[in-house]
Every structure is written in structure tokens, then in C-alpha cells.
Ligand binder design. Structure first.
Ligand SMILES: [Zn+2]
Length: 454
């Protein structure tokens, strides 16, 4: 009996990670993510997945980011009753991210109905906050670097992948085949997370390729962010920083604390973190001391670097404040969340700034801003962009092309086949070419929906 894999997402694109592995009448999913970005991609979330959720044995989660976990509430609502295996860090983050995702979808549907700009009457949420809460009891944590049986006769081992709290690569062993899922790989020189563990031997590897066609500049975040915030403070402007609530928000807070400590930006520059999710995530660093590289002093400095804004009233009150100030607010690609209100309020003033902090998926407002557009559409209205738009290059939580190759090179022996996933086509194809030319391994970029024997 052969083992098959079907690529139900993250094939030729970054989001929607879902890999369905089948052997006989047993099957499991590695990751269960949402598609994000361009509308045609987001519409895929509404198409039924070609599997019977109640016949699926288990889900293994590499990490909590929604493009890896955000489809779970729907899978559970459709009848999935197996276990969702993940690390403790991933479980803690999913408890924050998934209910918030349900809440945002309900809010978006409400807003669309109230303002009548949805083509659907009434607009419905993909799933609700309650759907997300209902799937959380399925979660079962497993320690990293130890082997367990997700299904009878199958073995799985999670190992640290850097990237964000709890992020893991997964080695799956079934019917004598060893399949390695890289998950999202962090940078070896990340300011928050430890470097990824070296990969074990495997017959098949799925490697991410978010930055498969780029190398990160050596310039550290401090060197990049310092002069930008100095310039902002000098002209008394407001910087709106769309942040990824998990990972990048914390890296920025740490950098701001260090810049103030070193006197490179004014000590009194007001900084606000306006994202309840990012606030909760920042505090998780105190509860998982072994899973990141920060000292207790650095964790304290990070949690004190900004005024934490929780209630919507406090958030609205920020609009009455004058610069200079820095507002970090989710979401990181300005696809939703409180940052939209801040953008609508401040982006029209040339003294202000929009600071983009990491990968901006094509089709998102973040990508539109990065491309230099003079207007963006927010809540059904065109907002004029007069503010200076700055794209930080050094805030990625992903390994670059060279670092991905170096991770693969640490494998004890060459695999039979590499599948390059989790990248837009140019990035994925560039990494495929480099794997073939520089490592002389077989590599391909699988198509969405395609099935391959392992
Ligand atoms: Zn991720």
C-alpha cells in the first residue's frame, strides 16, 4: 500500500498550508491553514476541502499562524473529531489567534452588512468566535524532540523551527517512509527565537520558500529602525506600524527598548501597542522562557517598551493625541483590525509615516502601500496616502534563500524528492532551481490540489 500526499494549500502561494497524507484507509493533515491575500485566494476558503472531515484521523500543526491553523474551526464544525497535535507554545498562541480570527470574520460580515458594500446579502462569516472556541478542546500538546503515534502505526516527531513561539518542523514516519515538513523556518540570527534544529534524515522533504528568491540584508533591525524613528521624532509625526501580532510585534518592541536604552531615539518618544492579541502574545514570552533566546531583563524591557492598549475606548482615544508617537497595531498586512482606523486617520498627513514590517502578500493593503500607491481603500472609502511609507527589510521571521539551502544541506543524506511549498511562484521556483543546481537534488513546485506517491 502506497503513501500519498495531496497539496490542499500553500502550493505556488504562501498561504493555506494543508498537506493531506494518506496510507490505506488512514489519513491525517499536516497544518490546516486559511488562504489569505488576493480575493480569488480568500474565496478558496469557502470551497469545501476534498476530504471527509469525520474520516480524517488527526491534524498535526507546525505552528499557530492563521495560514497554518486558521481553517481548524471550520474543519471541526464540519465534523472533524480527531486530535490536533502541536507544541505547548502553539496551543497557547492558537487560544489567542483562533477566537480572534472568528471575531474578525464576524465583525467584517457585520460591517459589510451595515454599510452595504458586500455583494452577498447578508454577508456571512466564514466561522464565528464560538466555532473557534469549540475546536480548542481537540488540541493535544506534545513535547518537542520526542516521538509519538498520531495514528496506529504512524510516528511523528516535532522539533524547534525558530520562527515564532512553539514553531516546529515535523518528521512523519509511515509504512517505512520518512517525510519531513520544514514548517516555517526562522532565521538563525533572529532577535527573539533560537535557530531551527538541524533536519533529520528523510526520504521526502517539504520546504517553505516565502523568501526563496531573496537574501536578507545583514543590517540589523536596530540600524534600520533607529534613523527612521529619529526622523519621525524630529518632525513630530505619527508612525503607524502595521504589525504581525505574533513575532514581529515583539521584535519591534525589543528593538525600540534597545534604541531608547542606547540613546539612539528620544527616551520620551511615546509608543503604543494597540492590539490585544499582540499584548497577550508579548506576555507569553514570560511563560515560555526556554523557547526563545531572550534574557529575563530583555523580556522585561520588551513588555515595558510600549503602553499596552486593550479596550476599544483607549484605542479610539489615540486619535486625539498629537505626534510624535508610534502606534503599533495589527494586522501586519493591514488586511483588517484596529490598524485600519489609525491608517484612515493619519495616512493623509505628509509629516506622518507608515512603517511596513515584513512580508506583504500580493493583494493586501500592505502590498498596495509598499508599491507606492497614492490611495488605499479602507472600509469602503478611498484614503489618500500623503505619509512617508517605509518598508523595513530586516524584520522577517523567515529564513532567506541562502539560509533555507543551508538548513537543507545539514541533512545527513540527500532525500529522494524535495517539494518546494509556501512561496509565491517566483520565490518557490527560484529555490527549486537552486536546490537542483547547487545540491543536485530532485525538487519540484507542486500544483494546488495535486497528489503524489511518496
Ligand atoms: Zn508562520
Amino acid at each position: 500500500m502506497s503513501v500519498n500526499i495531496t497539496f490542499l494549500g500553500a502550493a505556488g502561494t504562501v498561504t493555506g498550508s494543508k498537506y493531506w497524507v494518506r496510507h490505506g484507509d488512514q489519513s491525517l493533515l499536516v497544518d490546516c491553514g486559511l488562504f489569505q491575500g488576493y480575493k480569488p485566494l480568500r474565496l478558496r476558503n469557502w470551497a469545501p476541502v476534498p476530504l471527509e472531515p469525520d474520516a480524517l484521523g488527526a491534524v498535526l500543526l507546525t505552528h499557530a499562524h492563521l495560514d497554518h491553523s486558521g481553517y481548524l474551526p471550520l474543519l471541526a464544525r464540519e465534523g472533524f473529531r480527531g486530535k490536533v497535535y502541536c507544541s505547548a507554545g502553539t496551543r497557547d498562541l492558537a487560544r489567542i489567534l483562533l477566537p480572534d480570527s472568528g471575531h474578525i470574520q464576524e465583525e467584517d460580515a457585520l460591517f459589510a452588512n451595515r454599510h452595504g458594500f458586500s455583494k452577498h446579502q447578508p454577508a456571512l462569516p466564514l466561522y464565528t468566535r464560538q466555532d473557534a472556541l469549540d475546536c480548542l478542546p481537540l488540541f493535544k500538546t506534545v513535547p518537542q524532540r520526542s516521538t509519538f503515534a498520531p495514528l496506529t502505526g504512524w510516528k511523528a516527531t516535532f522539533q524547534p523551527a525558530g520562527h515564532i513561539l512553539g514553531a516546529s518542523s515535523i518528521l512523519l514516519e509511515v509504512a517505512g517512509r520518512r517525510i519531513l515538513f520544514s514548517g516555517d523556518l526562522g532565521r538563525p540570527d533572529d532577535s527573539l527565537m533560537n535557530p531551527p534544529d538541524a533536519p533529520p534524515a528523510a526520504d521526502t522533504v517539504l520546504i517553505e520558500s516565502t523568501y526563496g528568491d531573496r537574501t536578507h540584508p545583514q543590517d540589523q533591525l536596530l540600524h534600520e529602525l533607529g534613523p527612521v524613528l529619529q526622523r519621525l521624532a524630529a518632525r513630530g509625526g505619527v508612525a503607524i506600524v502595521p504589525v504581525f501580532a505574533v513575532g514581529r510585534a515583539q521584535a519591534l518592541l525589543l528593538a525600540i527598548a534597545q534604541l531608547k536604552e542606547q540613546g539612539l531615539i528620544p527616551h520620551g518618544l511615546p509608543v503604543f501597542l494597540d492590539s490585544p492579541m499582540a499584548v497577550s502574545t508579548t506576555h507569553l514570552f514570560e511563560h515560555h522562557p526556554g523557547e526563545h533566546r531572550l534574557s529575563p531583563h530583555e523580556v522585561r524591557a520588551m513588555t515595558r517598551a510600549a503602553t499596552m492598549v486593550s479596550s476599544t475606548d483607549e484605542s479610539k482615544a489615540l486619535a486625539a493625541r498629537h505626534g510624535p508617537m508610534v502606534i503599533l497595531s495589527a494586522s501586519g498586512m493591514a488586511t483588517g483590525g484596529r490598524v485600519l482606523h489609525h491608517l484612515a486617520h493619519h495616512a493623509g498627513n505628509h509629516r506622518n509615516m507608515v512603517i511596513l514590517t515584513g512580508y506583504q502578500s500580493p493583494g493586501t493593503r500592505g502590498a498596495t502601500l509598499a508599491s507606492g500607491a497614492r490611495t488605499v481603500r479602507i472600509h469602503g472609502k478611498d484614503v489618500e496616502i500623503q505619509a512617508e511609507v517605509v518598508q523595513l527589510e530586516s524584520t522577517s521571521a523567515h529564513a532567506d534563500s541562502d539560509q533555507l539551502l543551508r538548513w537543507l544541506q545539514q541533512m545527513p543524506s540527500p532525500p529522494d524528492q524535495v517539494y518546494v511549498v509556501h512561496g509565491d511562484l517566483p520565490a518557490a521556483d527560484n529555490l527549486r532551481t537552486r536546490i537542483e543546481r547547487e545540491l543536485h537534488w530532485r525538487a519540484m513546485v507542486p500544483e494546488q490540489g495535486s497528489t503524489w506517491p511518496l
